[in-house]
Design a protein around this ligand. Structure first.
Ligand code: MN
Ligand code: MN
Length: 316
């Protein structure tokens, strides 16, 4: 199939507040055939531990993405000139059954990956990363992971359940979806029930970068280390918006103070450039708790920055 480099609708063609509410007003397509990257919403929020509402995340992120322009003036990257990108709509979920939902999400991503298209997902809660990683594993084998979050998300169970938004990376480890020596968790902080919450990750071989290690500094040197650790392995990037401080991203389900800045979030996304990125997500945006769409705006721009970092990578 001939590749078509879709461009986002320009504000010189249609005012920013008009037109379709797809991601950056890209075409809405039903099929991933011929695409390099597909934007996918995953509006699941029924396995969250505290505040819900991230079911409205994909819609809010898309709405706040419409003013983003296609050329990145800082990095000089214009991803739509190098990648065929479109908005593939939302993965089907069942709000009454998170277990059935993770199966239907996996099937949706299987279909995208089978077409040679790399997924960039908009959550939804962090549970959605587990079925995405299951689909990725079938295509690429175990992957390296850049996981940005206030929380490690490596609980064994939550109220006895194996599938919840605080367990995806424990399951992913157990199911051999990850290359443990090539997993980096950035931004972890706050309170828990025991030291084991972060030490489990360390024992698994993950590099844990607690938020305190990020305070008061640029994360560009850290990302140099991350790229070295990842090498040429296929990499998945998962960005939980609660990694950022609630001052920068209040609209989320489980806020923790003392978090990363928006600037550090941008440094992480830009620092992923050159990695062999096979997919990624931005999750846990909960619009009912947002203020003036700060969080959705931030998530939309971070997703764009990550898309820019897809330009050089990818297993074709
Ligand atoms: Mn998380
Ligand atoms: Mn989190």
């Amino acid at each position: 199939m001939k590749k078509h480099y879709h461009q986002p609708m320009s504000a010189n063609q249609m005012a920013k507040f008009g037109g379709p509410t797809t991601f950056m007003r890209l075409p809405a397509l039903e099929t991933p055939e011929g695409l390099d990257v597909g934007i996918v919403g995953v509006p699941l929020d029924t396995a969250s531990s505290y505040r819900v509402g991230s079911r409205f995340g994909p819609r809010a992120i898309r709405a706040e993405s419409t003013p983003i322009r296609p050329y990145n003036l800082a990095t000089r990257l214009s991803p739509f000139d190098h990648l065929a990108v479109a908005d593939l709509g939302d993965a089907p979920i069942n709000p009454y059954n998170p277990f059935a939902s993770i199966d239907s999400i996996e099937g949706f991503f299987d279909h995208i990956l089978a077409a040679g298209c790399r997924p960039l997902a908009l959550g939804g809660e962090h549970t959605v990363t587990l079925p995405i990683l299951r689909a990725i594993q079938k295509k690429h084998g175990p992957v390296a992971l850049v996981h940005v979050d206030a929380h490690a998300d490596v609980n064994d169970t939550m109220l006895g359940e194996k599938v919840a938004h605080g367990t995806p990376f424990r399951r992913a480890f157990e199911e051999n979806l990850l290359l443990p020596e090539r997993v980096v968790q950035i931004g972890l902080r706050a309170t828990g029930y025991s030291a084991e919450e972060f030490d489990w990750s360390r024992k698994a071989g993950f590099r844990v970068v607690q938020a305190e290690e990020c305070w008061h500094r640029s994360l560009a040197p850290l990302m140099d280390e991350v790229r070295e650790r990842m090498g040429s392995a296929p990499v998945y990037v998962s960005f939980d918006i609660d990694a950022l401080d609630p001052a920068f991203a209040p609209g989320t389900g489980t806020p923790e103070i003392g978090g990363l800045t928006t600037i550090q979030g941008i440094e992480i996304m830009r620092g992923c450039r050159g990695l062999n990125i096979v997919g990624g997500d931005v999750v846990e945006v909960s619009p009912p708790y947002d203020i003036q769409s700060i969080t959705a705006t931030t998530a939309a721009n971070l997703a764009f920055e990550l898309l820019c970092s897809f330009v050089d990578g990818g297993v074709r």
